[in-house]
Design a protein around this ligand. Sequence first.
Ligand code: FES
Length: 113
Amino acid sequence: MVQVSMTVNGKAVSASVDPRTLLVQFLRENLRLTGTHVGCDTSQCGACVVHVDGVSAKSCTVLAVQAAGCNILTIEGLAAADGTLHPMQEMFREHHALQCGFCTPGMVMSAID
Ligand code: FES
């Protein structure tokens, strides 16, 4: 186990994880931020996209330890504290750009980047 620390949606987080833990696993299982989804698990679909230091990245291809010290932004971090959606989320909603919705969080994060 290794200690990993990073900032997620503006909040400092730290946990002891298996060195093989993927960033998406860390977000979903350690932090319970389940808005980031796993679709293909083979780096093809983009359902798992988050921002790492301001750049979109497929979190199923990044180890949590590789993201140590980074600023991570997930779909949960986009809306304002009062619930106002990010403009990109609002446009997805307004234009019903959802399809089934499973990969929408990753599509929104990619579109913002
Ligand atoms: Fe499909 Fe990451 S889960 S690219």
